[in-house]
Design a protein around this ligand. Structure first.
Ligand code: NAP
Length: 253
């Protein structure tokens, strides 16, 4: 009788906050990869489930009324598992996914690529690239040891990086002025990003556009065909419409 939110995004935290504010019993699940994650209100569990069977078992144990997959657009494995587990546990599933940057108005200097390997091949002439594609894509860029790469990560890299690379450890959201300063200070000549979408990390695209810096953007992986909502308000309404929710500190209605 509980809403389970697969999280790790700002939208997942916002949804938990709305539902908890409504008195709904919510448990947010985080992968547990970052040292001190931003925690949402409500109950929180950390770490993988051990695949589809573990997630199915967890949903049944919790007597979950609804499952919201609010994971990052590039977290494709957990989203695939969610589809199978929701079906096995016979629990309604919805995906909350922020829109991508496909309609960004000033994308004339953008090159879209399907994955990180294609990204590294797409800007061969870049000598001072800014990599914001995340820790999991690092292996695609290791041949760039002779370039002055600036790389931004949330957590320190697990393997040593080439001596010429500069690591910036930080977590969004980022402001336009800070992003512009990084691009100018390091004389960046190409920006690499994933199509994460949303407002938290869009400032780098605005700054790159103003500075005429080319952008290489990795398209989102294909996600399983699941009903997908774009806003937290829609997802909250969907949860309420499932009915039979457990209300914490109130009588059920
Ligand atoms: P992934 O490749 O789809 O997932 C790999 C495994 O991590 C899953 O099979 C699952 O392990 C576990 N896992 C992932 N999300 C989980 C969650 N919310 N709760 C419990 N277990 C979870 O995912 P990823 O790309 O490594 O991303 C991990 C987390 O970071 C996600 O929750 C995502 O929302 C967040 N995140 C990802 C990115 C990105 O660019 N990929 C960016 C920002 C935030 P089991 O199979 O053992 O259950």
């Amino acid at each position: 009788m509980t809403v389970v939110i697969l999280g790790g995004t700002a939208e997942a935290r916002q949804l938990a906050a709305v539902l908890v504010g409504d008195g709904v019993d919510v448990v947010s699940s985080l992968a547990g990869r970052v040292g001190s994650p931003s925690l949402p209100p409500g109950r929180v569990r950390l770490g993988g489930f051990g695949g589809v069977s573990g997630l199915t078992e967890y949903l049944l144990d919790q007597r979950a009324t609804a499952l919201v997959d609010a994971t990052h657009p590039f977290a494709a494995n957990i989203s695939r598992n969610a589809v199978q587990a929701a079906s096995l546990a016979d629990i309604p599933l919805v995906r909350l996914e922020r829109p991508g940057w496909g309609n960004y108005p000033r994308a004339e200097f953008w090159t879209w690529v399907p994955d990180a390997a294609a990204a590294s091949a797409a800007a061969e002439s870049a000598r001072r690239p800014f990599l914001t594609t995340g820790r999991q894509t690092l292996t695609s860029f290791t041949s760039w040891a002779d370039r002055d790469v600036v790389i931004r990560l949330v957590e320190p890299p697990v393997t040593p990086l080439p001596a010429r690379w500069t690591v910036i450890l930080s977590r969004g959201p980022y402001s336009y002025s800070d992003e512009r300063q990084i691009l100018t200070e390091h004389a960046i000549d190409a920006l690499f990003t994933k199509d994460s979408g949303g407002a938290h990390t869009v400032a780098k695209l605005d700054a790159a556009g103003d500075l005429g810096i080319p952008v290489v953007i990795i398209a989102r992986p294909e996600q399983p065909p699941v009903r997908t909502l774009r806003t937290v308000a829609e997802a909250a309404a969907w949860c309420h419409a499932r009915g039979n929710l457990k209300f914490v500190g109130r009588s059920s209605s």
